[in-house]
Every structure is written in C-alpha cells, then in structure tokens.
Design a protein around this ligand. Sequence first.
Ligand code: ACM
Length: 261
Amino acid sequence: MIRAGLFQNNPAFGKIEANVEYVLDILSDVKFDLMVLPELFAAGYLFENREEALALADSPGTGYTFEAMRRLAHEKNALVVYGFPEKSGDRVYNSAMAIYPDGRFLVYQKTHLFNTEKNIFSPGESGFSVFDFRGIKVGMMICFDWRFPESARKLALLGAQVICHPSNLVLPHCPQAMVIRALENGVFTITADRAGDESRAGQSLHFIGHSRIIAPDGKILGELGEVEPAQLVVQIDPSQALNKSVTSLNDLFADRRPEFY
Ligand code: ACM
C-alpha cells in the first residue's frame, strides 16, 4: 500500500514563489508517498506569448520550483510530480516533472496541446514512458492528453500501474472520462486539477477543479469539489493494477485484437 495524494490549487499568475510556498505550507504536516500537483501549478496558465512563457520557464533540474519540489520529495521521502513550463533553447514545453527523494528526476512533455497552448508551447517530443518507484510502474500525462485515449492506453501497455495526470481542466468531461481511462486500462489515475479563474491574454478561463483519484475498477477513491484549494491523500494498493482480468475468460490486454484496430 502507498499513500497517494494530489493537490488542487488556484495559483496567481506569475507569482511562482508565493504559489510554491502556498503548497509547501499546506503539505508541511501531510504524510504521503506520492504527490501529484496540477499542470503549470506555480507559473499560471494564460501566457501572453511564448516570450512570457520562456521568462517563467526553467530548464529541467533548475529553478525555484524545482529546488522547492526536490526538497519536498526529500523531506517526505516521496515521489513528487508537478507541471511546469520547460525551457529548452528558445522552445518552451508544457511539461511534467517527477522527482525522486534522492533528487533524480524525469520529464514528460505534453503531447496534445490544447487550444491556444499551440501559440505558446512546442508540441512535446518526449512521448509516453513509465518509470519505477519502489517497484511500482508510474507514468505521466498532462491534462488534454485525456481526450486521446491512446495516451493512457500507451502508458498502460508500457506497464503503468499509476498514471499521474497534472491538469488545468476547462472542458467539463474529463473527470467522468478518467473513470473510463482507469477502467479500460485497469490502472490507478490521479488527476490533480487547478481551480479558480484566470483572465489574461484576451481570454478568461474557468478551471473546473474536481481533482480525483480513481481505482482500476473505476471506483472514485477520493475527490475534491470545484472551488476549494486543498490536498487529498488516499491509500492505494498498486498491485491491483497488475490484474487485468475482467472475467475468468477475459483479460483486458490479452484479449485485444490490434490486427482489427
Ligand atoms: C488543458 O489541457 N490544460 C485543458
């Protein structure tokens, strides 16, 4: 069993230090083995242009947000996953970072960019991959990747037992869709969404909250409401995600017939 958690926040655009400190403060006396934070949780979402995103972006393994999350992973002896704008030359990716307690880290770059993100970010090139944390296979996808079932399917076929899903959701259907993503792949999913509103760059967005942790049988193990910034931690048994049996004669993966797809 591990303690798997998420954080739902409502960041102030560009106030990286204050947004990070807010999270650290609330998590200071919370125990967890895995914590997932939202997409772009410290920077904010609505960038005016690529230059503004670049100015708030970090190269992997550097920057205020990374240092704070590295310390958090170390102090809690936990895996910490969060979304951040990733600087790479003059490109900026909408990325997720996973940091181990010893400071090692992995980066996933968002594959499916949403709407005007296409004006800001370069499409991710990392592709989907899974990594090991204490014998558990973990994968990452970001927000709008949910709308492409191939994202979670690819991670599950690679062996993911837990899918970490940092998000900034604006369309209404994702919380329900993630029940299906968990069920159709027999995996745990952790969608850490943001709440609140952001008005910048000629746009006004409402983020829908409803962060949730879902079991391989589709059961919602914990969820937050639309507005509250809060953390949530539940006990999960990742070994449940190794069993892909549907009936005594059906197996979710062995019964696939990709020659017909
Ligand atoms: C989204 O992908 N942030 C909607």
